[in-house]
Design a protein around this ligand. Structure first.
Ligand code: ACO
Length: 702
């Protein structure tokens, strides 16, 4: 681990600059918190007008401290922070925890940058500014003005909102979800989410990383860090709006809102997305306490049919439908229930289930090789005691002798159930007051396993590409003062990256058009070529199914006439003569250059699916062929690709390759391509490939 970052986050000594004797001030509270959390390292208050604070010797400046100082918590007003930063640099402090507000968040970005610049010139790192501080149970360190250390646990939180961190800190006790660290990240002037993910991935006291994110500075770095992380990450993203999507020039641009791209990037990074604060806690509980689920066989034990049905519904809703337990599992279960129980799945032991049955079924189910994950449900009854049932379940899990499978539990009832669940959580067994939450949480553990398998998938190998030629084509357009390529140019660029485009050539006279048509072979399509006319059909600039030379001549004349009428000042280069691809399923591929995540590809079915239903998915480029295959399976109308109403399945393998090639292209040309569309792309039946029929590339502003 980076020793400087360790010095900041796991300091052996801390100076509090701006420490105060006044109990209402933050500078007082931080000193008190360090003492009360029983921090074992040196605590050195700094204040020029005090000699002692809370029984500790106080120093006029950090340089007067005669000991090594690893971290400095800064609680002086904004105007004094730069000077204090310099003093810390001279002292050899490793990291600054700047609680002070009044920088970038209120528009003073310059001062914030200057502080980071000065800090870095001394080799220091900066957490904040505008933060609560940082808390760690394993280090007995509350270097913050949050009231106390959180309930101890194995998750670690990184929060962009200080207020939310404080609220979550207190809620850990009522929600019974434990955390080891809580790190406030504020303005992220230096240390950011990506770096903390990397740090916590190596932290022995953290088993799961919980994030509250409002915005990212470098989305790609974030994705890379999350992908490389060895631990589950759960994230609540706030502050997303679709604002700004409408101004885009391409089809893809108009469909790509910030929320969609964020959501795709989070998914791609292998992060579990929380829907709200409750979900953030619930998901953290299981992800921090249990191993991932290695297969799809989920078994549910219950003493109540109702909660069993609710759990069954939830399993389907969250994407892991229950299967009937195999006969040998059913035989085993039947030994511990009355004849009128059901051993299928959910295993319903009926309301007669007592401690022994719970113990026996839990033990044998958890130990059975068919079972990949177990959910144990219990409804409070008059003939059972929740505390004893909890004890039986815990013993059953322990005696099964299995440690690489997950289990989640739900007790539905009153206060005694709550107490029993608290007891279970203290023993590392996630317990929830609703069956669907127990099921959702175990399915999160299944998804985590799938994510880690996916992240091990290889990257796309583009084979032979001609990046230089693509750039030369773009350079010609730029030289001509254009900010968009013509269709012919765009297709040539696509071709440089191995994308299968329809044969297309430019005719600047009727004669040339006839020659090209005969060379390509009838039927053909003819289209206007003008960077000033992006929507060619609207301009009457497209003629299809042209079958002979007479029709070529007529089409040539009509297209030019229509284009001139549509936009008299348009610069017209000629008419594209192109191969007419036989009709099949239309799909759209496109890209945008997202301001947070960079080049991002989109895929969807064409026509009403994209126009009306907006049934599209996004991925940050580049992507592997496997990822491209998953994109196809993710759209709502995915079934169409597999062949519906007697149609043959479509060539998904060829489409996946094209998608991966496209993503490679837009990533490779990210400095040149702002937005692009391949629309439509015709997708044929399996084995017959894809063909890009129309292409559009909008260039970046330079
Ligand atoms: N070296 C050492 N001590 C100094 C220095 C210095 N260079 N300069 C000032 N001090 C002392 C002051 O004398 C004072 O001590 P005193 O009480 O003995 O007089 C102490 O530092 C604090 O300075 P004050 O001027 O009293 O400032 P105050 O404590 O009122 O506010 C603070 C400082 C807390 C940093 C404030 O400016 C601020 O930024 N508050 C917001 C903090 C915050 O909310 N952070 C984000 C959290 S996220 C969320 O929303 C919860």
């Amino acid at each position: 681990m980076d020793p400087i970052l360790t010095g900041l986050l796991k300091p052996k000594s801390i100076a509090i600059i701006g420490a105060s004797t006044n109990p209402t001030k933050i500078g007082y509270k931080v000193v008190l918190n360090l003492i009360e959390s029983q921090y074992k390292g040196g605590i050195y208050p700094v204040n020029p007008s005090a000699t002692e604070i809370l029984g500790l010797k106080c120093y006029p400046t950090v340089n007067d401290i005669p000991y090594v100082v690893d971290a400095a918590v800064i609680t002086v007003p904004a105007k004094g922070v730069l000077e204090v930063t310099k003093q810390c640099g001279e002292k050899g402090v490793k990291g600054l925890i700047i609680i002070t507000s009044g920088f970038g968040e209120v528009g003073d970005v310059e001062l914030e940058r200057e502080i980071v610049r000065v800090a870095k010139s001394y080799g220091m790192r900066v957490l904040g500014p505008n933060i609560v501080g940082t808390l760690s149970n394993s280090d007995h360190m509350n270097a913050s003005f949050a009231p106390f250390l959180p309930l101890p646990g194995k998750a670690s939180l990184v929060s962009q909102s200080g207020a939310l961190l404080i609220a979550m800190d207190a809620a850990t006790y009522t929600r019974r979800v434990g955390f080891d660290k809580m790190i406030s990240i504020g303005n992220m002037s230096d240390v950011d989410f990506a770096e903390l993910i990397r740090y916590l991935s190596e932290d022995p006291d953290t088993s799961c990383i919980t994030l509250y994110v409002e915005g990212l500075h470098d989305g790609r770095e974030f994705i890379n860090a999350a992908r490389a992380c060895k631990k589950p990450i759960i994230m609540l993203k706030a502050g997303v709006s679709e604002h700004g999507a409408a101004a885009a020039a391409s089809h893809t641009g108009s469909l790509a809102g910030a929320a969609k791209v964020y959501s795709a990037a989070i998914e791609q990074a292998g992060i579990t997305q929380a829907t709200d604060l409750n979900d953030l806690f619930d998901s953290t509980l299981a992800l921090s306490l249990q191993p991932t689920m290695k297969g799809d066989n989920l078994l549910i034990l219950t003493n109540g049919g109702g909660v069993g049905v609710l759990a069954t519904d939830a399993a389907e809703k969250y994407g892991l439908p229950l299967k009937f337990a195999p006969p040998e599992v059913q035989e085993e279960m039947k030994k511990h229930m009355p004849d009128f129980g059901s051993a299928k799945n959910p295993v319903d032991m009926t309301g007669m289930a007592g401690n022994d049955w719970y113990y026996e079924t839990t033990k044998s189910a958890f130990a059975h090789p068919w079972v990949d994950g177990l959910v144990v449900l219990y409804c409070q009854t008059a003939i059972t005691n929740p505390a004893e049932i909890a004890e039986a379940i815990h013993r059953g899990i322990k005696d099964a002798g299995v440690t690489d499978k997950p289990v989640t539990i739900s007790f539905v009832g009153g206060e005694e159930c709550d107490n029993a669940m608290e007891w279970l959580v203290e023993r590392g067994l996630p317990a929830y007051n609703a069956p669907d939450l127990a099921v959702k949480s175990i399915i999160n553990l299944r998804k985590q396993q799938q994510i880690s398998e996916i992240n091990n998938n290889g990257s796309y190998n583009p084979g032979k590409i001609d990046s230089e030629k693509a750039r030369a084509i773009i350079a010609v357009a730029r030289k001509a003062g254009r900010d968009a390529l013509t269709e012919i140019e765009a297709k040539q660029v696509f071709k440089c990256y191995g994308l299968p485009v329809t044969a297309t050539d430019l005719a600047t006279s009727e004669e040339e058009a006839v020659e090209l048509a005969e060379k390509i072979g009838f039927p053909i399509v003819m289209k206007i070529v003008s960077a000033d006319i992006l929507h060619k059909s609207d301009a009457g600039g497209v003629k299809v199914n042209i079958k002979n030379t007479d029709q070529v001549r007529e089409a040539y004349r009509t297209i030019l006439e229509n284009a001139r009428n549509y936009k008299p000042d348009a610069l017209i280069e000629g008419v594209a003569v192109q191969e007419m691809a036989p009709w099949a399923t239309e799909v759209i591929i496109g890209s945008i250059n997202d301001k947070t995540f960079g080049p991002t590809v989109m895929f969807g079915l064409g026509g009403i699916f994209v126009e009306v239903l907006k049934d599209v998915v996004f991925r940050v480029a580049p992507i592997s062929v496997e990822e491209a295959m998953r994109m196809q399976n993710e759209i709502r109308s995915a079934a169409i690709l597999d062949g519906t109403r007697g149609e043959l399945p479509r060539d998904k393998a060829a489409l996946a390759k094209a998608l991966a090639a496209y993503a490679y292209m837009v990533d490779d040309l990210k400095d040149e391509v702002a937005e692009s569309d391949a629309n439509p792309v015709i997708l044929y039946e399996t084995g017959k490939g894809v063909k890009v029929v129309d292409a559009r590339i909008i260039l970046t502003k330079k």
